[in-house]
Design a protein around this ligand. Structure first.
Ligand code: ATR
Length: 276
């Protein structure tokens, strides 16, 4: 529950998430906690949406101030916005809409979220990071890491050709899955849905690539400890669950919408409370 409830009245700004499905989204509790903590007069709801064009028109018509965009609309929504921020254009997807007096501006905070989540636990400059996967999430995470300058990024994916293409696009490298075991790297990030319900008993990578001292992050947070993280912990790795990236991508959204410093600790606590 919120500690400092703000009253909801005619001056209240409306925010929300559009996606499908969104019934289990933790974005509403996280952002409403942030509004409560800062006293910003906002309220955040979940909109289960299939019709993206209609949703964009609705955002304009109703003056909804800010929107999170989630699966499956992150790419499709771009066609309905007035402006796409550089980062989002380079990632090729939008996870955040800012309604600037009727101009809808698309941003992407996912790569930033992944980088911040790692930085809570490890240095990344001068390090080598293997990104598992070559889909939309991998692209956002890889873009965030590549933007760090002094971080070496290597993609590995079940379908090798996709990892090769993504690496070329982002100026990164790729490695065949089978060669990971003999590759030198400091950090491993899983961006695939493997490990998430209903693939909870699976890992996107062989256990043989794990070794003590490695930092392993999974962007999946349902379950909180994926099989990959459990094996990694047993092996003596530093493990980072998916809550960090989720909270930091949301914190960046909150900052874009309100111009305020996001109350990250309280946002994280609200997410953990909602997951338990
Ligand atoms: P997202 O936008 O969430 O990243 P996506 O674009 O569908 O989703 O990408 C999913 C990624 O997870 C892909 O890299 C996919 O591998 P392929 O390119 O070989 O399809 C990977 N993935 C999904 N299920 C997987 C599985 N069971 N084993 C290994 N990789 C898997």
């Amino acid at each position: 529950a919120s500690r400092h409830p703000v009253s909801i009245d005619a001056a209240t700004e409306v925010y929300g998430v559009i996606g499908h499905p969104v019934a289990h989204s933790k974005s509403p509790v996280m952002h409403n906690q942030a509004f409560a903590e800062t006293g910003h007069p906002g309220v955040y709801a979940a909109f289960d949406v299939m019709d993206v064009a209609g949703a964009a028109a609705g955002i304009r018509a109703l003056g909804i101030r800010g929107v999170s965009v989630t699966i499956p609309h992150k790419v499709a929504v771009m066609a309905y916005l007035d402006e796409i921020h550089d980062q989002a254009r380079e990632i090729g997807a939008v996870n955040t809409i800012v309604n600037n007096s009727g101009r809808l501006i698309g941003h992407n905070t996912d790569g930033y979220g992944a980088v911040q989540a790692l930085l809570d636990h490890t240095e990344i400059r001068g390090k080598t990071v293997v990104v598992l996967g070559a889909g939309g999430a991998a692209r956002a995470v890889g873009h965030g890491l590549c933007s760090q300058g002094d971080t070496r990024v290597i993609f590995a994916n079940r379908t090798e050709k996709k990892a090769r293409h993504m690496a070329r696009d982002l100026g990164a490298e790729f490695v065949p899955m089978g060669d990971l075991e003999n590759s030198r790297f400091d950090i491993l990030v899983n961006t695939t849905p493997v490990g998430m319900h209903p693939q909870a008993q699976a890992m996107a990578v062989s256990e043989s690539v794990l070794r003590p001292g490695l930092v392993v992050m999974d962007i999946v947070y349902n379950p909180l400890e994926t099989l990959l993280l459990k094996q990694a912990r047993d092996c003596g790795c530093t493990v980072i669950n998916g809550v960090g990236m989720f909270v930091y991508q949301g914190a960046a959204q909150f900052a874009l919408w309100t111009g305020l410093e996001p109350p990250v600790d309280q946002m994280r606590q609200a997410v953990y409370d909602a997951l338990n």
